[in-house]
Design a protein around this ligand. Structure first.
Ligand code: C2E
Ligand code: CA
Ligand code: CA
Length: 716
């Protein structure tokens, strides 16, 4: 948008001023001219009056009363010369005297003024010579005895004349006249006109100068404001009008107003940008900002890495410690991710309004965008990031919070040349890592194929149930002190016609993701219910553990589904133990709680599976109707000093809560002995037995001799 031209205002003001100026100057000039003209006439008339009154005194006493029949006075020419001389001195043309005996008689000269030349040429009024064609005002003066002024032309020239009457001793009227040259008056008037015009022109010029100065000074601040407005309209919200320049006047107020407006617009735009581009909680850029930053990087031919950083335990923290704690975790994560590579000059920071290195894509996913980075492999990247996040432990509500993350990694331009595509690929990589329970995963086109393969497996699951390709394997759990069989865990197996045995890790996570786990769970519940009912009927009852998926726990009908399976096969609730992972506990705490309570009241045992990998708090666990704690096999398989202390604290925690503690993944006798020393209650693992099909399990059970148990006797 183009605002009015800077010249516009000033020109308009100047135009108005000039118009006023012209009118005023014209009026003034006219007025001056009038004054001057009046002065000229007044001066002329004063001279005429003086002349008229001087005439009788310049003539000898009684001259005007002399008899009218007498011969002309001897001195007549002398008088004429004297009167002429006087006229010249007084600035007059002529002075003279007329007489008229009565109103019928002609007007005749009594005296006249004449120069020597005029006398010689007889061009003057001789004594008593008739004045031909007297002006009417002269006759009027004779008639009414009043003074009159006249402007007229006669044989001597053009005059302005004053006629002053007088009366002789014989009663005859005389008139004394004085002339002034009209040409002379006109010349004086002309001079006056020129003088007035000169003055007018001077004044006009001066006021024009003044107008220009005023217009300039008046418009300069306005123009400055205009320029500021123009800058603001072009998006330069930092433009400010200087206020102190203008003192306290309206322009100053306008300037202040404009500045306030600029500031308000800037603030609003900032707020808008915040809304559009920023994540409110962390102040980081959002998905849109990342998209722009990525596009900028790609357009600039940069190479780099985009990492999606998934905070593994945010959901658990939210559920257990509240959303305020979750927010704190997000903020700490933001700070720690932002501090990555702070001084590495090799790493290029994208600069611009919406670009940064760390973005938050919502929930528990951050994005880390690093360009022109020295080549780091994925393991190094993961280590770098997890060190930054976990290097300095922090606690919330006396809980130590470990900021563990999973990374989805893409490299550009290798994995895509468009921002949207890169982001999608990064999501695929993250998903793959989560599925495989790996700390990181880099996008690879082949892995997508294998994912597709897995999806096709998923499509075959229904057929698997119908075609009896699914089997339940049983793995015993034995008491650590005497080696007696206390329980068994049911584990799903799939014997695929082409692929052979498919491990549960290859289809259960996908079945969970797609909600098809329900189908599998129901199938397994029936199998287990049938089996435990059969064992009880044959007089060898055994409690069977069943793994419950998160999806199942979130289902409000789950307890009813379990009850239905038991009822159908005439099984007892006490013969079925339900294993819930810590992740399962955190899914939907309210629903989980209800379901767990219902199952507990129905008479089921309840176990917490994979304990130590999740984030359960002691306070939370103590409120759950749980009977058993299963230490995750990863701690047992690698029983280093660190893991040993975790196992020990888990055992004492379990016992404090009056729970049985089960150790999974016992593969060696050494592990068994160590666990026994630590006070563990029950063991499950390859050292005791691998998961087996039903008949194999029954055979194993019949052959199992607890008397050969190595720790028998050594422990109470
Ligand atoms: P889990 O609940 O932790 O099951 C124990 C796993 O540890 C089983 O793997 C078992 O074969 C394995 N294991 C037992 N002893 C040892 C040992 O001494 N050393 C080692 N290295 N491993 C041992 P599996 O059968 O592959 O199952 C894997 C996971 O799949 C299970 O972990 C469980 O989470 C899930 N799963 C298995 N069956 C079902 C099921 O019917 N329903 C649901 N929802 N999940 C199931
Ligand atoms: Ca289990
Ligand atoms: Ca387990």
């Amino acid at each position: 948008m183009k605002l009015s031209k800077p010249w516009g205002v000033q020109a308009k003001i100047l135009l108005v001023f000039t118009a006023i100026n012209i009118v005023a100057t014209a009026a003034y000039t006219l007025f001056v001219y009038q004054l001057k003209t009046d002065g000229i006439y007044e001066a002329a008339d004063a001279s005429l009056r003086a002349g008229a009154h001087a005439v009788p005194r310049m003539l000898p006493a009684g001259y005007l009363d002399q008899p009218l029949q007498a011969a002309p006075p001897a001195q007549y020419k002398e008088h004429a010369r004297a009167l002429y001389h006087y006229s010249q001195q007084a600035g007059l043309r002529y002075v003279y005297a007329f007489v008229q005996e009565n109103s019928q008689s002609p007007v005749r000269y009594l005296a006249d003024a004449a120069s020597v030349a005029e006398i010689r040429a007889h061009r003057y009024g001789q004594f008593l010579q008739t004045y031909l064609k007297p002006p009417p005002e002269l006759l009027q003066t004779f008639r009414d005895g009043q003074q009159h002024v006249a402007e007229y032309t006669d044989q001597f020239g053009q005059f302005r004349s004053l006629f002053v009457p007088g009366v002789r001793q014989d009663g005859v009227r005389y008139v004394i006249g004085a002339d002034i040259d009209l040409a002379y008056l006109q010349a004086r008037r002309q001079d006056a006109l020129y003088a007035s015009l000169l003055i007018g022109a001077g004044i006009f010029g001066l006021s024009l100068l003044l107008s220009w100065w005023v217009a300039r000074n008046l418009t300069r601040p306005v123009l400055a404001l205009l320029r500021v407005t123009e800058r603001i309209t072009h998006g330069d919200y930092a433009a400010r009008a200087s206020v102190h320049h203008h003192g306290q006047d309206e322009v100053a107020q306008l300037a202040a107003g404009l500045n306030a407006m600029g500031e308000a617009i800037a603030q609003r735009e900032q707020a808008m940008l915040q809304l559009i581009y920023r994540d409110k909680l962390t102040g980081l850029g959002n998905r849109l900002a990342l998209d722009e930053a990525l596009s900028t990087a790609l357009a600039g031919q940069h190479s780099g890495v985009l990492m999606l950083v998934h905070l593994d335990r945010l959901r658990a923290i939210n559920d257990l410690l509240g959303f305020a704690a979750g927010d704190t975790v997000l903020q700490v994560t933001t700070a720690r991710l932002s501090a990555l590579w702070p001084h590495d000059s090799q790493v290029h920071r994208l600069s611009g309004p919406h670009e940064g290195r760390v973005h938050r894509l919502g929930g528990n996913v951050f994005a880390l965008l690093v360009t022109d980075m020295p080549t780091l492999d994925n393991a190094a990247l993961y280590q770098h990031i997890s060190q930054a996040l976990e290097g300095e432990p922090f606690t919330l509500d006396d809980q130590r919070i470990d900021l563990t993350v999973t990374l989805g990694i893409v490299r550009f331009p290798l994995h895509g040349k468009l921002a949207g595509m890169l982001l999608r690929h990064a999501e695929v990589a993250l998903y793959t890592a989560k599925q495989a329970h790996k700390p990181w995963s880099e996008y690879s086109a082949e892995r997508v194929v294998s994912r597709r393969e897995q999806l096709s497996l998923l499509g075959e699951l229904r057929r698997a149930i119908e075609q009896h390709e699914l089997h339940v394997f049983y793995q015993p759990q034995v008491g650590i002190a005497h080696g007696e069989l206390v329980q068994a865990e049911a584990l799903l197996r799939w014997l695929h016609p082409e692929r052979g045995w498919v491990p549960p890790s290859a289809f259960i996570p996908f079945a969970e993701q797609t909600g098809r786990i329900r189908m599998l769970t129901d199938w397994l519940l029936h199998q287990v219910a049938q089996q435990v009912a059969a064992w009880r009927a044959s007089g060898t009852p055994l409690t069977m553990s069943v793994n419950v998926a998160i999806h199942d726990l979130e289902d409000p009908d789950f307890a009813a589904r379990v009850a239905a399976a038991l009822q159908r096969h005439g099984a007892l609730a006490q013969d079925m133990c339900l294993e819930i992972t810590e992740g399962g506990l955190m899914a939907d705490p309210a629903q989980t709680h209800t379901t767990l309570n219902t199952l507990h009241h129905a008479g089921h045992r309840m176990a917490i599976d994979d304990f130590g990998t999740g984030y359960s708090s002691l306070a939370y666990l103590s409120r759950l109707p749980v009977n058993e704690l299963k230490i995750d096999r990863s701690f047992i398989i690698d029983l280093n000093p660190h893991n040993r202390s975790i196992v020990l604290s888990t055992i004492s925690l379990g016992h404090a809560l009056e729970l049985d503690v089960v150790a999974e993944g016992v593969e060696t006798e050494a592990q068994l002995r160590e666990l026994a020393a630590l006070g563990c209650d029950v063991v499950q693992g390859y050292w005791v037995a691998r998961p087996m099909p039903c008949d194999a399990f029954n055979r194993w059970r019949a052959d199992w001799r607890a008397s050969t148990w190595p720790t028998s006797g050594t422990l109470g």
